[in-house]
Design a protein around this ligand. Sequence first.
Ligand code: G3P
Length: 219
Amino acid sequence: MKLFLDTANRDLIKKWVPTNLIDGVTTNPSLLSKEGKNIKDVLLDICKMVKGDVSIEVVKKEPSDVYKQAKEISKLAKNVVVKIPFQFEYLPVISKLVKENIKINVTLIFSVIQATLVAKLGVKYISPFIGRLDDIDIPGLEQLEKIMLIKNNYNYKSEIIAASIRNVMHMQEAILMGTDVVTIPPSLLDKIFTHPLTMQGIEKFDSDWKKLGKKELLK
Ligand code: G3P
């Protein structure tokens, strides 16, 4: 299971990289909009900070412009993945880029059929959004489970990124399904490392140790 950070914030990436848990980063225009105007610098820094794949989304609209921008993005760094939204008009562009060996992450996937169709194109990553389906009362995890079933049945090479992960259950169930990648907002990872029982346990061990009145453990 690969763990990506779903953020464009360099401070948060810097915090998590030394844990050796982070296999990549996913960004999108909304995440980038929180990081000031020097977008290129932000992206170049992120690509240097992590060894694994960094997804950067196109913002152009016309297919020919999307193609040009995808090529530009792909040249930013070796570990760049070009993120392209699922749109009918972009399918020829995506196919062309795949043939040119450019790593593509197709984003804004909300159905099993959408995922299946892009898997046929041989893209590196497919990103189904879990939380946003839950938002409209469609169980996101059920869609993800079916997508994993189809991937495995047909042996599609594309890696599935569980995206729009909002809570621990989303993360846990995505891992149990064998999703290739989970991309997690840093705030959710923080929660996992500050589990109330872990924190209480540490306090109890500390206070019991202090009661013993010894300074060194092994002397
Ligand atoms: O990776 C996609 C993710 O950033 C979307 O998450 O919470 O905005 O639906 P959310």
